[in-house]
Design a protein around this ligand. Sequence first.
Ligand SMILES: Cc1cc2nc3c(=O)[nH]c(=O)nc-3n(C[C@H](O)[C@H](O)[C@H](O)COP(=O)(O)OP(=O)(O)OC[C@H]3O[C@@H](n4cnc5c(N)ncnc54)[C@H](O)[C@@H]3O)c2cc1C
Length: 393
Amino acid sequence: MSKEIDTAVVGLGAMGSAALYQLAKRGEKVLGIDQFSPPHNRGSSHGESRMTRQALGEGEELVPLVLRSREIWDEIERVAGVRLLFKTGGLILQSHDSQVAAHGRSNFLRRTVDVAKKYGIKHEVLDSREIRSRFPQFNIINEMGYFEEGAGYLLPEPCVEMQLELAERFGADIHRNETVLEIVPSDSNDKVTIKTEKGVYESGKVIIAAGPWTSKFVKPEYSGVFKVYRQVSFWFNIDKTHVADYSPNNFPVFVWIFEKGGEFGFYGFPSNDGKTIGLAGEQYSQATIPEEVNRTVKDDEIKNAYASYVNNRMNGVTGVCEKAQTCLYTTTPDSNFVIDVNPEHPQIIVVSACSGHGFKHSAAIGEVLAELAIQGKSKIDISKFSIARFRKS
Ligand SMILES: Cc1cc2nc3c(=O)[nH]c(=O)nc-3n(C[C@H](O)[C@H](O)[C@H](O)COP(=O)(O)OP(=O)(O)OC[C@H]3O[C@@H](n4cnc5c(N)ncnc54)[C@H](O)[C@@H]3O)c2cc1C
């Protein structure tokens, strides 16, 4: 069956839902397809909270994306009458001697301070004494702190849901529970055929936003670029006498980078429910594929997480784990994003902006993708996100 579509979006997680909304808002005839019913818990855009910081130690090229995203979240909150972003402040802890890289970057705290200074982002650098007095929840040794007042967290599921709902209000067609099997560009590069298990669609352009499934849709030479890692988030109970200490009014989002060791440390959020605190580490030692991920979290994993992160570090957080959930990171060799137009078939656009830090940028990435589909170029510079940087010469 053929349909007249300007742009099809394959995958409707953080990136795809944002792209669909931005395209539909601009009056494009759009079709969004997802193999599940987003927001769902089998990809990368679930788990109740996503941190948003403005000075990015990961790389200053990301700052325009996060700043624009903040404007878009504001706009969606106003239009839809929902709350998506909570400004709690954000704290990064790292000692002077730390040898550990976070999101592929060493000296993460120092890099963050440099970016904050360059972009005029309001922040404070705290010594250990100031951290102990302002944030007694952390049992630090000799760490320094970067505190950003404007940091906070987003609610990932409502962000995805609202953008899909708004896209539908602007006329987008959404096909849930439909798996895309193949994307075939026409010889003349003026359209693309999308074959699914339920139908065949012809579209002017296609945006591939398949998250951990991206490798299926890129040329074999690039399929090894996107590695998928199972991560686990844990929700530990707070001792009753400490509940107020971890409320969003009293506790910031945080990243604690350790001094040494294989993994970077851990990060966490204020309590959403007045009972538990959500936190997670990261692992890059064992890659996987989405179809083979073990979604069950073992007791040993919970015990290890408590011993490695919480015990002796977070005052008043108990070892009782209320909930634990798996989620997938899709990483590239330099821990940065891919947002690119296929040079051989310009009607195909690909985004794989994850590497564990993509959500905060997703609203603006959706806008970038819409601009690429409609005008062939974006207002925000995306030259650093070209897939060609991974080409083997
Ligand atoms: C535990 C965890 C914590 C994180 N914390 C943060 C954070 O604090 N701050 C931050 O900024 N970022 C964070 N991230 C990263 C961020 O969440 C991701 O960058 C972002 O969610 C990726 O979105 P996506 O749209 O690329 O992928 P997904 O949300 O996985 O979406 C891809 C979609 O494509 C669909 N799809 C795939 N293949 C097909 C097919 N063949 N046919 C149809 N549909 C298909 C899937 O069903 C899925 O819905 C975190 C990630 C994880 C896992």
